[in-house]
Design a protein around this ligand. Structure first.
Ligand SMILES: *Cc1c(COP(=O)(O)O)cnc(C)c1O
Length: 477
């Protein structure tokens, strides 16, 4: 029987009960599954069913086949990558969004969605201390937002001629980022047709922050050699270590040479909700765009990325296309967000931001962020007092990069040991960390920002780390 409205009501209640159970019990799962490649694929039928199947059967398979193959990103002992947090109000908003199933490409296709988007973006802009004249748009991911910024930079530099006529072959455009910038900058440079060879990676200082003098030198050298610098992407919180590039110094250089300055604050941008972190954004008024992901540290379900733009008109000029069938009589008076990015169709993401902000209150969000930062301080102390553990990068926020060291051992041996340590820790399934490499050293990244992380999960992480370190030392030393 195909699901009718009555059956939907019954099953929706059943699913919601499961969801509430999951939220209560998520810490009891392994963080990562014990599966081998192909395990799930092999359990699924090779052909789609011809006949309707019962929801009981489908839900049973969800629990028995799918769930055991999931990584539990909402597990409070998930310390890897950056979190992709959800929260109860955000989940409820996703339910409402999917029920309405609205496609929010223009004002007319859902006036409330457009106007709510504009309002919550203004709320966030003001709560983060960003310039009050800036406008914004919600996009799927920071990768898309950075690509959009790069495309707008390209069009501004070319007088919108590449959109119109394609590359002439004479352009010698250059883009700059620190050597620790996220790979999405490399990807955007490729996709924007600028060529990866024209992305100039600027060296960093001992804290992994971009060296502004080196940026200026690179720009001057490029000008000398006939290149046209068009854009610099600074990182407000690198993915490797959370390093904060000097926004103001970079902004002044960009301004002096008429470069588009895009700030990638994908993860750390949420910290601007705390007045004590506003120093990070000092000088941003000179920049052109800024992106951060509420879907990382702001308790809003993936996907939800907010791009703020200083001059929305030039930005929109890069993307707007209005074929006859999309024209509406309100076009002169409203935002049509389809013109603020790549995709035409858009999800109603503003609803989850609205529900998260109202349910927590800005103060509630700040409280959670401060809690995570306090847990990070405690965790950091534990690492610091161990003779053989070293923190290899500043911990401005809640990313701790550490490793085991022993004077008599070479970097190569230590790298292998730390890698083996991380593997053992993750194999327990009780916690989950990821790694990075800083100056050739393999380090474990401990990101303390999951929505529901508590002291007890820090204690658990520490116990597992110490137990497995003893074992790996016994095995390898
Ligand atoms: C996570 C991250 C990104 C990519 O974010 P997506 O939304 O997944 O595209 C880009 N830059 C930085 C600094 C990040 O931490």
């Amino acid at each position: 029987m195909i699901m009718d409205k009555q059956e939907f009501r019954k099953r929706a209640h059943q699913v919601v009960d499961w969801m509430a159970d999951y939220m209560e019990q998520k810490a009891h799962y392994r963080v990562t599954p014990e599966v081998q490649p192909g395990d799930i694929f092999g359990q699924l039928p090779n052909q789609a069913p011809e006949q309707p199947e019962s929801f009981d059967d489908i839900f049973e398979d969800f629990k028995e086949v799918i769930l055991p193959g999931m990584t539990h990103w909402q597990h409070p002992a998930f310390f890897g990558y950056f979190p992709a947090n959800n929260s109860e109000p955000s989940i409820l908003a996703e339910m409402l969004m999917s029920t309405l199933g609205a496609q929010c490409m223009s004002w007319l296709t859902s006036p409330a969605a457009t106007e709510l988007e504009e309002k919550v973006i203004n709320w966030l802009r003001d709560a983060k201390g960003l310039d009050a004249s800036w406008k914004g748009v919600i996009q799927d991911t920071a990768s898309t937002a950075t690509l959009c910024a790069l495309l707008a930079a390209r069009e501004r530099a070319s007088g919108f001629s590449i959109n119109a006529e394609g590359f002439s072959g004479q352009e010698n455009y250059r883009v700059y980022s620190s050597e620790h910038a996220h790979s999405s900058v490399d990807k955007a440079t490729r996709i924007a047709g600028l060529g990866l060879a024209n992305l100039v990676k600027i060296p960093v200082d001992e804290d992994f922050k971009m060296l502004p003098e080196a940026l200026e030198e690179a720009i001057l050298a490029d000008l000398e050699n006939g290149f046209t610098p068009i854009c610099v992407v600074s990182a407000l919180g690198t993915t490797s270590s959370g390093a904060i590039d000097p926004i103001e110094a970079i902004g002044k250089i960009a301004h002096r040479h008429s470069l588009w300055h895009h700030i990638d604050a994908a993860y750390a941008g949420t910290a601007l909700l705390l007045p004590e972190f506003r120093w990070m954004i000092k000088g941003h008024e000179l920049a052109d765009s800024y992106v951060f992901n509420p879907h990382k540290w702001m308790f809003t379900n993936f996907d939800c990325s907010v791009l703020f733009i200083k001059n929305a008109e030039a930005f929109i000029h890069t993307f707007s296309m209005t074929p006859e069938y999309l024209k509406t009589t309100q076009d002169d008076h409203v935002h049509n967000y389809r013109d603020w990015g790549i995709q035409l169709g858009r999800r109603f993401r503003a609803l989850k931001l609205w529900m998260v902000i109202r349910s927590f209150g800005l103060e509630g969000i700040r409280e959670k962020l401060r809690h995570h930062l306090a847990l990070t301080k405690m965790a950091k102390k534990r690492v610091e007092i161990e003779d053989n553990l070293i923190i290899e990068a500043p911990t401005d926020l809640n990313v701790i990069c550490f490793r085991f060291v022993e004077k008599s051992l070479s970097t190569t041996v230590l790298n292998a040991l730390n890698q083996a340590w991380l593997q053992r820790v993750n194999q327990t399934g009780r916690v989950f960390f990821t790694h990075t490499v800083l100056d050739g050293k393999y380090v474990i990244r401990w990101v303390i920002g999951q929505t529901d992380v508590l002291q007890e999960h820090i204690d658990l992480a520490w116990t597992v780390l110490m137990e497995e370190l003893e074992k790996v030392k016994a095995a390898l030393l």
